[in-house]
Design a protein around this ligand. Structure first.
Ligand SMILES: *[C@@H]1O[C@H](CO)[C@@H](O)[C@H](O)[C@H]1NC(C)=O
Length: 908
């Protein structure tokens, strides 16, 4: 979270926070034209100066190498093109390694893919270029000027430098004639010295035959990226530079707290993904027209390290990207429940009252959060002993009801020699250095602060050790962590961050690795919780839970993020959907927006709608600014409390499905929330849809993001049957759009025919209290009368699942038979867990009408028993009114989830 009012040096510029007004100050942040490396490259035609030296082109199995000449500068570059068995090609362009340009360290990505190469075949070669193939992919490398065209099965996928916008600036000696900005630039009183001079690069990437591109988070904008040559604010390129943006706007290309340099393009039959593995500041232009999307990417430093992923659809591209950047760490189950946060829950009595409030109002929740005021003067890992005299007892008390707590821990360390963290880190030399080589000193919450240099593995290891329960006084194993301000935020720094000429481990300039600071801090903290868990139980320690605000590619392996300081406005509720969908498409699905909006005071209707949507956010937390009115879910009157209770209970009912989706995210990089095009890749009219979305592949959610709404026009993707998830009523076949009535009691949600969705419907106080509960299966039939789905179960807590201690079932309904069988998946150990839980209800949607009704013949493969139960017309769920009788319900079949069984549906 950000300061309430300007603090300290230079902050007079920020002004006061005026509730209800937008305080985003565009002038506080640089535009392309005010940034030397961007303005000297944007739209500048340099590409024809770059030529491949034909005689240098060498092909060696999976690797092509060549010399790329910059004719104008008479400089040589090394070009390397490799093909990889995981379904991508990589283009590296660097100066001679002796120049020592910065490369993203290998621990940001996963290992293994480098050596799994795929052969490249030479198809033809001429004086003008060489044509290569690898699998279905054709690579045409043109020599003069340098171009690369990628196509898949004859369909154009990507062109490099076809618009002549490629550029690569070289390290060079300083000359008197050098323009201003090459060696130094000044912004709002901050001078950035550039001892290495200009070293930017420009990538010219065209997606031929595409109309839509997605990705490059984080910003508050549409899912399908708008062109940047339009009217303000879309006349500016998208920016990738992690910044603490005070009160961001809900429709703006400006970059926020995290950066993932990944873009996807999709057309019928082909999805393309690109990832530029570069952590420096970047600007990305998008232009549309002539049946293509042209993009220009300009980065301040580093090298060209471009990964190109292709696939027939989105899931294939994300699976390939996951081989490089990794998949989502499987979270503990508790962290998928509801989180209650506020700046600040004041003291132990407040904690007790809020915790008790959930119980007395019968609203489930799992985690209570403490913001910065819980510390002794913003010295993280300490407690304000007058407000929190017995923190361990407080956590144990909350934990006695199956819940957890979270404290905030930020990367700025108060410069106070009596603070053990500060003095230990200072004497060990663990801080980021300023350009003169002494400890950097910046202003943040505690006043003067230094910043741990978490880019160093040694510093991360030391940092991790601070989280064991003997080190972190007053902590218990029920306490988890929240990393805020890790862009890093520096109140008196340029653009509220660190100087680019600060120095890191290995003498790396902050300019080179700025966008990695957040992930490294997050990593060090998560390593700390892993260490704590392994001390308790070396084999089956608790999985970490650390929320971060800043992020980069690979953050999914560390923990969730949230979208930062949003506002209690309908427009912020609305933009949360494309923001989270974009994160899912760029490999970081475990994310959420603050429910209710951080700044300002939501009214009861906004609060209600936010919870009704928020229950589908992968990370589901309510949070509020220090100066807002209290807004625990029961403070808006009994009707609103009832609606919020019902929404949050709906989340808990859906957790078996959500946890199963997280398993797929963990094994194959698939998102939890999905844009409609991702599930219906052939339907062009859905490519820009960014309000309706899918939860996995089986549920369609239609947010309500404006006040006083009584009807909404729902778009139904074609080729599927849909059932109203509240009533079970089928949507008439071939309906493209339907105007449906909405009340304040809920937002429209539909099951997709063809799916089986596992649920747990008994209202409980937390995920821990659900552990032994039986399941309900919703079986929604498609046009062929078939359906399938899965259920993944493990201890919800430890790493034991990686040794096979999990249960994973496939449910299939075909030829009137529902079968449960073991799910097997290549590349993961076989599941060996059994659980004593049963399935207590099976709800069938879409069985043809039958006069006599149906009965179910149940055979348990394990026990060999057989019995018959009549289906009843019944409510869809235990929480819905009995008058909804669109479902045929099998009650009390008591099917053991761990067994193979079949349920055959026959006429009664
Ligand atoms: C799944 O999550 C765990 C941590 O929760 C992680 O160690 C593992 O690498 C992830 N990926 C796979 C493929 O298991």
């Amino acid at each position: 979270m950000r300061r309430a009012i300007g603090l300290g040096v230079g902050l007079a510029l920020l002004g006061l926070l005026l509730p209800g007004s937008l305080a985003f100050k565009e002038n506080e942040f640089k535009k392309c034209a005010q940034t030397s490396f961007c303005s000297r490259n944007r739209n500048v035609q340099q590409g024809a100066n770059f030529e491949i030296v034909p005689a240098s082109v060498t092909l060696n199995t999976a690797t092509l190498t060549a010399t790329l000449m910059n004719k104008q500068a008479s400089k040589h570059l090394q070009l390397t093109l490799t093909a990889h068995a995981d379904g991508f090609v990589r283009l590296l362009i660097d100066e001679s390694p002796s120049v020592g340009r910065y490369q993203v360290p290998s621990d940001i990505l996963v290992s293994g893919w480098e050596t799994r190469k795929a052969a490249i075949k030479e198809q033809s070669r001429s004086a003008n270029g060489i044509v290569l193939t690898t699998g279905d992919t054709k690579l045409e490398l043109g020599y003069a000027p340098f171009t690369l065209a990628v196509s898949v099965k004859g369909v154009p996928a990507l062109q490099v430098n076809s618009r002549n916008l490629f550029n690569f600036e070289h390290r060079r000696p300083k000359q008197d004639s050098d323009p201003a900005g090459y060696w130094e630039e000044t912004w709002m009183g901050h001078t950035d010295s550039k001892p290495k001079g200009p070293e930017a690069m420009s990538l010219d990437l065209v997606f031929p035959g595409f109309a839509h591109v997605y990705g490059i988070p984080e910003r508050a904008t549409s899912l399908s990226l708008q062109a940047t040559n339009g009217n303000a604010p879309y006349g500016e390129p998208y920016r990738l530079y992690n910044l603490d943006v005070f009160e961001y706007l809900e429709d703006h290309p400006f970059g926020l707290y995290g950066s993932i340099p990944v873009m996807l393009a999709h057309k019928k039959g082909l999805t393309v993904g690109v990832y530029w593995n570069n952590a420096a500041e970047m600007f990305v232009d998008v232009v549309k027209g002539r049946g293509e999307v042209g993009t220009q990417w300009v980065a301040e430093s580093g090298v060209v390290d471009l990964f190109v992923f292709t696939g027939a659809t989105g899931p294939a591209v994300l699976a390939a990207y996951a081989k490089v950047a990794g998949t989502t760490a499987l979270p503990q189950l508790f962290s998928l429940g509801y989180h209650q946060c506020r700046w600040n829950y004041k003291d132990e009595a407040d904690v007790k009252a809020v915790d008790g409030g959930f119980d007395s109002h019968e609203i489930p929740y799992d985690v209570l959060w403490l913001d910065i005021e819980h510390t002794n003067g913003k010295r993280y890992l300490t407690w304000d002993s007058s407000l929190f005299p017995n923190p361990a007892a407080m956590q144990e008390d909350v934990a006695s009801r199956g819940r957890k707590m979270v404290t905030i821990v930020d990367p700025h360390v108060k410069r106070d020699s009596s603070y053990y963290i500060f003095s230990e880190a200072e004497s060990a030399g663990h801080y980021v250095k300023n350009k003169h080589g002494s400890d950097f000193d910046g202003w943040c919450w505690p006043g003067q602060s230094s910043y741990l240099d978490v880019t160093s593995p040694v510093v991360r290891e030391w940092w991790a050790q601070q989280f064991t329960t003997d080190k972190y006084q007053g902590s218990t194993r029920h306490l988890y962590i929240w990393n805020d301000m890790n862009e890093p935020s520096v109140f008196n720094g340029p653009e509220i961050t660190m100087q680019k000429d600060n120095l890191h481990y290995g003498n790396v300039e902050h300019r080179d690795n700025h966008n990695l600071f957040g992930i490294y801090y997050h990593m060090g903290t998560a390593d700390g919780l892993k260490l704590r868990g392994s001390q308790v139980d070396p084999e089956n320690g608790d999985r970490p839970f650390v929320l971060s605000r800043a992020f980069f590619s690979g953050t999914q392996r560390v923990g969730p993020i949230w979208t930062g300081d949003n506002a209690a406005q309908w427009s912020h509720l609305k933009v949360s959907v494309p923001m989270l969908l974009t994160l899912g498409l760029t490999g970081l699905p475990y994310s959420g927006a603050d429910v209710g909006g951080f700044f300002g005071n939501p009214d009861a209707e906004l609060m209600t709608r936010w919870y009704q949507l928020g229950i589908y956010y992968p990370f589901f937390r309510g949070h509020a600014h220090l100066e807002t009115q209290r807004r625990e879910p029961w403070l808006f009157g009994p009707d609103v409390t009832a609606r919020i209770r019902s929404a949050i209970r709906g989340r808990y009912a859906l957790l078996p499905h959500i946890y199963t989706l997280f398993r797929a995210a963990n094994t194959s990089g698939q998102p939890i929330l999905r844009p409609l095009w991702f599930e219906f890749p052939e339907q062009e009219d859905l490519y820009a849809e960014d309000q309706e979305f899918m939860v996995g592949s089986s549920m369609l959610v239609v947010p309500v993001t404006a006040p006083s709404i009584f009807t909404v026009d729902v778009t139904f993707p074609q080729g599927a049957r849909w059932y109203d998830a509240a009533t079970g009523a089928p949507v008439p076949p071939k309906t493209k759009t339907q105007r449906v009535e909405v009340s304040l009691n809920g937002i429209p949600v539909y099951y997709r025919g063809g799916s089986v969705v596992p649920r747990r419907e008994r209202p409980r106080r937390s995920t821990a209290a659900q552990l032994a509960d039986p399941y309900t299966l919703v079986v929604a039939l498609d046009d062929k009368g078939e359906a399938e789905g899965q259920l993944y179960v493990d201890d919800g807590r430890s790493f034991a699942f990686q040794r096979g201690l999990y249960l994973h079932r496939d449910f299939k309904f075909a030829a009137n038979k529902l079968t449960s069988s073991k799910h097997v998946e290549a590349g993961v150990p076989d599941g060996t867990l059994t659980v004593p839980t049963t399935i207590e209800r099976v709800v069938f949607l879409g069985l043809p009408p039958s006069k006599k009704g149906y009965k179910a013949v149940i055979s348990d493969g394990a026990s060999g028993s057989k019995h018959t139960i009549a289906l009843e017309a019944g409510p869809l769920s235990l929480a819905t009114a009995p008058e909804s009788t669109q479902a045929q319900v099998l009650r009390k079949p008591d099917l053991p989830v761990s067994h193979d069984w079949t349920v055959e549906i026959v006429q009664a």
